[in-house]
Design a protein around this ligand. Structure first.
Ligand code: PGA
Length: 309
């Protein structure tokens, strides 16, 4: 069972941080607009919760004990993070209305929609226009300035774009559970040459990355069918039409219900990254700026949370 450990409160931590920084109960009490006995009581409760003294008293002076020094280090980080969270929330609250025009790669749609839902709950009154398309179309939209922000794989150099990575995007080989490779370990890449693959359309980032990967390794892939969506590939693979290469982000239910398996292939996954992209120098609206900040700071950790996938 999970042990919830120390039952300390944020208020106690705040009081402790102040006393530890100023090394004075009196000055901490002034800073926090509390009485001195109130400060002493918070520290006493914190020490009881922790089970170790945090301060040594020598005459009129107080010093941090070893436990006190450790707590001080953590409480400062916590205080900083809290104030950062406050700033972000304040910024978000400031954006009362606005329109967010965003385009995402088909593969990124799996997490983008859920992240947009969270963002939208935080800032009410924002209208979102979301376009889901492949990499090539996204690059066109960026060049013609048709969109505020784009979520895609790493864009090419030389297009005058500002692109920041925010989350890993592992590409994996999938098969039907009954496939002879399903139970094999460390399948050599060369064994894939005899298989048929169901692949994404030209213009897809997933396709581009897998082609580059196999070219570099000198492996020729047999392309059986081309499909314009990850779902179509998954269904074709389930139906036994071949193997597929998709982002791990597109699989969840399929793995839980065992309708597809991820093969253990040498050198896999192909590790890509997701980027949030806009034209260089583009003046982002407050809502677009807030969305960009939200993605950069929170997308990766939110996506790891249970229930998100
Ligand atoms: P896509 O994904 O395959 O849906 O175009 C974008 C990318 O991986 O860059």
């Amino acid at each position: 069972m999970y042990n919830y450990g120390m039952h300390l409160t944020l208020h106690q931590l705040k009081v402790f941080e102040s006393v530890a920084r100023l090394l004075s109960y009196t000055r901490a009490a002034e800073e926090l607009f509390l009485s001195q006995p109130a400060v002493s009581m918070q520290i006493k409760q914190l020490e009881d919760n922790i089970g170790l003294p945090l301060f040594d008293r020598l005459g009129k002076k107080i010093y941090l004990t070893e436990a006190g020094r450790e707590m001080f280090r953590y409480s400062r980080t916590i205080a900083q993070q809290l104030s950062e969270a406050e700033t972000v929330i304040e910024e978000l609250k400031g954006i009362k209305r606005g329109k967010l025009v965003i385009s995402v790669a088909s593969t990124a749609n799996y997490f983008s929609t859920r992240l947009l839902a969270i963002f939208n709950k935080r800032i009410e009154g924002v209208t979102v226009s979301l376009d889901v398309t492949n990499r090539e179309n996204l690059l066109h939209q960026l060049t013609s300035n048709d969109t505020d922000l784009v979520i895609m794989g790493r864009p090419p150099e030389g297009l005058d774009l500002e692109a920041e990575p925010f989350m890993d995007n592992p590409l994996v080989v999938i098969a039907a559970p009954g496939h002879p490779f399903a139970k094999r370990k460390r399948i050599p890449l060369t064994d894939l040459q005899d298989e048929t693959f169901v692949v994404r359309e030209t213009g897809s980032g997933t396709r581009m990355a897998s082609e580059r990967f196999f070219n570099e390794k000198g492996i020729n892939l047999n392309t059986g069918m081309v499909m314009t969506s990850n779902e179509a590939i998954q269904q074709a693979v389930q139906a036994g039409l071949g193997l597929g290469i998709v982002s791990l982000h597109t699989l969840d239910l399929e793995l839980k219900t065992n309708s597809l398996v991820v093969l253990d292939v040498e050198s896999f996954p192909i590790m890509r990254q997701w980027y949030i992209v806009h034209r260089k120098g583009k003046r982002l609206s407050p809502v677009a700026q807030a969305f960009k900040t939200f993605i950069l700071k929170e997308a990766a950790s939110l996506w790891q949370m249970p229930g998100m996938k």
